[in-house]
Write a protein that binds this ligand. Sequence first.
Ligand code: URP
Ligand code: ZN
Ligand code: ZN
Length: 468
Amino acid sequence: MGKLLFSGGTIVTSDGSFRADVLVEDEKIVSVGTDLFPDGAEVVDASGKLVMPGFIDGHTHMDMPFGGTVTADDWATGTEAAVAGGTTTIVDFSLQDVEGTLAEAIEEWEKKAEGRAVTDYGFHVAITNLTEEIKAEIPSLVQKGVSSVKIFMAYKGTPLYTEDEDLFEAMQIAREAGILVMVHAENGDVIAKLTGQALARDETAPCFHALTRPPEVEAEATGRAIRLAQVANTPLLVVHVSCAAALEEVHRAHERGQTVYAETCPQYFAFSYADLAREGFEGAKYVCSPPLRDEWNREPLWNGMRVGDLQIFGSDHCSFNYRGQKELGIDDFSRIPNGLPGAEERAMTLWTLGVNEGRISEGQFVALLSTNQAKIHGMYPRKGTLVPGADADIVLWDPELETTATVENRHGNVDYTPYEGMIFEGGPAAVYVRGKLAYSDGEVVAERGSGRFVERKFISPSMRSVMV
Ligand code: URP
Ligand code: ZN
Ligand code: ZN
């Protein structure tokens, strides 16, 4: 591969912005400095653009069986959507088969990704059946370059649901092995009870998805998981924090000095409970878990990002078509597959609602989307930063680019977009994965299969190092 010189742009890192050029050779950044000499390199004019480290999405679900169906995006269309939003690496959930091993889950996911992915990728393992054999297997994930497991406190009645004693034991094992435990924190027992009661009253519409999973149910499980992690003396990552009440639990943990990382997602800023309560069955397009909340939760969540209680912004991309998939729950909200597409819209949402509105800085934008993702998900400094030796994953961000989201201009494989009609101000003009142009001017140009597996190693970053 030849040499590339990104010239005339403004570099944005999690620590600040400065004018500099970036020289790339053989998939790597070789130097960053002012007025670099091309020395035979092809020059990419980055003037007027912000030059950022490629975004990392630590929370996607591609080609995943869930809710009685399989997600609409596979590894080709899902990563194409991601790269069109500036993402150069995803970390996806390989789902343990109830009868299978963790190694088999990873093998299965490798098969799904191989020849399809256009971004680089890693895997978490979502544990569904924590038998004695599986407990013994957890430490071996480290040798496979898999540094995190997800445990579900929700989804009672499915194999995902995990009792506290198993969650706690997984935390103990993970601590010894150097693995990060991620938790889906909603009280599955209470949700199952409230859901049964709602259905008995013939309350079947999509809005009851949220009404049977109130914020307190998320907050209670968040606090419980955090306390269990405290007893197990292990770091914890609480994913998809949706509301002020759950965030309070994270904040309290930080006040007492506990290592708790926390993620929030674009859907909790772009949409609200009102979308779930749309006319007819339209609300099904907005069913995800934890559910969309009342709008007043947004300001506390923005504040959580500013003060460092929330360090990462993941998409939780888990797409289902409206026709034939969301429709599975037409007579019963509990059968609507949970999840929204968002890999493409993640960065544009954060920029439009966050940076443009003065709620977060450009540096915080990069930290939430890239640098902190790399640190928490065990890829730093190979990913998440623009320094010599790092992979040349680069986003040329155009703060002037205006895009109106429509189902036709999305790059995924979903028959609707919850973002329909939303105007994004600022977006990626061009995206490079390891020095190769992957997306430019609305077109994905990367070859399917060009994405590579990234081995990850969890070295728990201090809370201080993931705050900006
Ligand atoms: O509704 C959601 N979030 N679907 C994806 C699975 C999960 O819990 O992350
Ligand atoms: Zn979850
Ligand atoms: Zn998820």
